[in-house]
Design a binder for this molecule. Structure first.
Ligand SMILES: Cc1ncc(COP(=O)(O)O)c(C=O)c1O
Length: 399
């Protein structure tokens, strides 16, 4: 075989313009290729590997489950692994979320939630409530429903004609505030936009509001201002729309708590998980919800009309159960919280003579620069958002 690149290899790669090294081994934070070259997998791939590479306990749990029974259809059977993994999740989830639907990644979790929210409203006789309101920027996945909910223009643009009409309001991203305002004086204008959309378009077509509690891949860990989610919750409740917290990236300990919503003292109606749920050993995702939502659907329709061939998979469940057990017994979530304080409180922790320390140091410096630049911008600009350019202006600019 030639190089591992398009078109030499039969693989339809995710990248078509470069060769890829062949990875053969993972240990802790490192990956190794065939030439024993070592790569620091600093963020665990796409924020997935939260317990480290090469964890034999997870491999053993998967092997044991696979040897006993690898597959049984989720509508016909349950397994001990599935029951225990679900119980382990319910133990750490916000108290109101007590049932877990198992899928295979973040995108499927979003799709499941879109349908769940709509079917819940239908069960209550509110057929017209099917649309989501999302944020810009944001990301919830790459299938058509999840992409329609996402405010990620470069990913949406090629498929615009296929996407449902879900409106987006500005994300609580103070650094790029469209009104150049700052909390608390801004009065949480970005949260109030939710009310604006509901008033303009009528709450009767909307089923849910979806947001990442801390914006991940589209805004680089933008933390919303205090009071944002309680305000969102209150507007949503008044207009009978559900709040879906997408914790695919932020969940399972990434922010120093099991779930990022815990930082904001707000309880979502539906919570989405993925990425670190299976530690990278299996493609796993899950949707958590309160039993009353399911009861409502069951009373009206008998069942939640949804499902995949591989939902509630026994080997996936075994890997997730072991991953959750490692997070707990090694105190990794608490450790993440401690490290966060050290890194952002005192950037000297690792000494400045290693490349990692230098990178961390410059990241902290960057954050300081961003903060001071933001303060400067905020003080220089008026409180009003820039007026959109007229069509004529835009034409003139092209000349
Ligand atoms: C917040 C969030 N939701 C959903 C997804 C989609 O997850 P997946 O790529 O596992 O389908 C991602 C992926 O980056 C994400 O960051």
């Amino acid at each position: 075989m030639g190089e591992f690149r398009f078109p030499d290899s039969p693989v339809f790669y995710r990248v078509l313009n470069r060769s890829l090294p062949e990875v053969v081994r993972g240990e802790g934070v490192y990956l190794y290729d065939t030439a024993e070259k070592k790569y620091l997998d600093a963020c665990g791939g796409a924020l997935v590997v939260n317990i480290g590479h090469g964890r034999r306990e997870v491999a053993a749990a998967m092997a044991e489950q696979a040897a006993q029974v690898a597959y049984a259809h989720g509508s016909m059977f349950t397994t001990r692994a599935l029951e225990e993994a679900s119980a382990a999740l319910v133990e750490i989830l916000p108290a109101n979320l007590d049932k877990v639907y198992w899928v295979h990644g973040g995108t499927e979790a979003t799709e499941t939630a879109i349908k769940l929210a709509h079917q819940y409203h239908r069960a209550r006789g509110k057929e017209s409530k099917y649309r989501l309101i999302g944020l810009t920027p944001s990301y919830h996945g790459n299938t058509l429903g999840a992409l329609a909910a996402s405010g990620r223009e470069p990913l949406r643009r090629p498929y615009q004609s296929l996407l449902s009409d879900f409106p987006h309001i500005p994300a609580p991203y103070c650094y790029r505030c469209p009104w150049k305002a700052r909390p608390p004086e801004c009065g949480l204008r970005c949260a109030n936009e939710l009310e604006g959309v509901l008033e303009r378009e009528g709450p009767e077509s909307f089923s849910a509001f979806i947001a990442e509690p801390i914006a991940g891949s589209s805004a680089g860990a933008a933390v919303p201002p205090a009071g944002y989610f309680p305000r969102i919750r209150e507007i949503g409740d008044r207009n009978d729309i559900l709040f879906i917290a997408d914790e695919v990236l932020t969940g399972l300990g990434r922010t120093g708590k099991y779930f990022a919503v815990e930082h904001f003292a707000v309880a979502p109606d539906i919570l989405l998980m993925g990425k670190g749920l299976g530690g990278g050993f299996v493609p796993a995702g899950a949707v958590a919800v309160n039993r009353s939502v399911i009861q409502c659907i069951r009373d009206q329709f008998g069942n939640f009309i949804h499902g995949y061939t591989f939902s509630h998979h026994p080997v996936v469940a075994a890997a997730c159960r072991e991953t959750l057990s490692i997070l707990k017994r090694e105190g990794l979530v608490e450790k993440a919280a401690e490290r966060g304080v050290k890194i952002f409180g005192a950037d000297q922790v690792l000494g400045k003579d290693t490349p990692l320390a230098a990178a961390l140091h410059s990241e902290v410096e960057m954050q300081r620069l961003r903060d001071s630049e933001r303060d400067r911008m905020l003080s220089e600009h008026a409180q009003e958002p820039p007026k959109p350019k007229s069509y004529k202006d835009r034409l003139r600019r092209k000349d």
